[in-house]
Write a protein that binds this ligand. Structure first.
Ligand SMILES: [Zn+2]
Length: 294
């Protein structure tokens, strides 16, 4: 039988854990990592992150009073609060997978922020509309000085990359000892996944290639010189329009979902913000120790 090595612990992985569409997904029974077996090439994946990938909330101009009601901006402000409580309160920040730059905008008064994203569309938007510093590229093709960042954030990024171990390894080189790495990703062992199985809203290959649980993500970070200090399930602000669009994608051509969408639009509910916590997204806070790769 065709076997693979686990990206985190190197154990041999056999068989298929589950299938979604054409995608075969395997599970490492040693560390818990779940992953797509046939990972597409970087070039192939890049095509996924054009303008259509980003939602209306991310593409909002974020000016004046609109800013404080943008759910992504509200989430960014909550995240900023926690980061400042735990980690360096100022300094150089790198936001990997910065999308349209909303987090950078929210953190601008405290950190000297730089954003990085593989989407040209997103980084252009960030620079032109939000006035933040953002570059199109990956951490492998952009030069950063070793140990130069005080804070590195990766919001919903690690599940998209083709080699998480290599990615975290690189991150651990450019963050300074004592620096804070914060990342968020879905929890494949959450009750939501257990209840919904293949229909879980975060099970979306090939966009999401790797699926973690608290154990596997801790191991990935520990082996690259990070001490995990906290894992939380924070929930987030979102708007009803976004949820309906997500349902539309998950249940294509379902007439009840279409109906719900029409009603929400008619009642102008699609722009209404709500706070939602499905307890299936982990936020991991980890500090770089001084020992690794000295
Ligand atoms: Zn493993």
């Amino acid at each position: 039988m065709h076997s693979l090595r686990c990206n985190i612990c190197g154990a041999e992985v056999l068989g298929i854990y589950l299938e979604k569409g054409i995608w075969e997904i395997a599970r490492c029974y040693s560390c818990g990592l779940v992953f797509v077996k046939n990972i597409p090439s970087e070039d192939e994946l890049k095509k996924t992150y054009g303008e259509d990938f980003f939602n209306d909330v991310q593409k909002s101009p974020l000016k004046g009073s609109i800013l404080n009601h943008n759910p992504s901006y509200m989430n960014a402000r909550r995240r900023l609060k926690t980061i400042r409580k735990i980690g360096p309160q100022k300094g150089k920040l790198l936001d990997i997978g910065c999308a349209t730059g909303i987090f950078l905008k929210a953190t601008k008064s405290f950190y000297d922020g730089t954003g990085l994203d593989i989407s040209q569309y997103a980084t252009d938007f960030a620079v032109q509309n939000l006035g933040v510093k953002a570059y199109c590229g990956s951490i492998f093709d952009t030069y950063f000085e070793a140990r130069s960042f005080d804070v590195i954030t990766m919001w919903d990024v690690i599940e998209h990359v083709t080699d998480p171990n290599k990615y975290i390894q690189k991150t651990s080189k450019i963050i300074r000892p004592g620096g804070l790495l914060v990342l968020s990703t879905g929890n494949i062992d959450s009750l939501m996944f257990k209840a919904q199985g293949k229909k879980w809203h975060l099970l979306i290959p090939p966009m999401h290639l790797f699926y973690f649980n608290p154990n596997s993500i801790k191991r990935l970070l520990a082996q690259n010189g990070f001490n995990v200090i906290k894992i939380s399930f924070d929930g987030q602000y979102t708007n009803i329009g976004y949820i309906i669009n997500k349902l539309k994608r998950l249940h294509a051509k379902n007439k009840y979902v279409e109906f719900l969408g029409t009603i929400a639009k008619m009642l102008k509910l699609d722009r209404v913000n709500i706070f939602l916590n499905l307890y299936d997204v982990m936020t991991i806070y980890a500090k770089r120790n001084g020992r690794y790769g000295e």
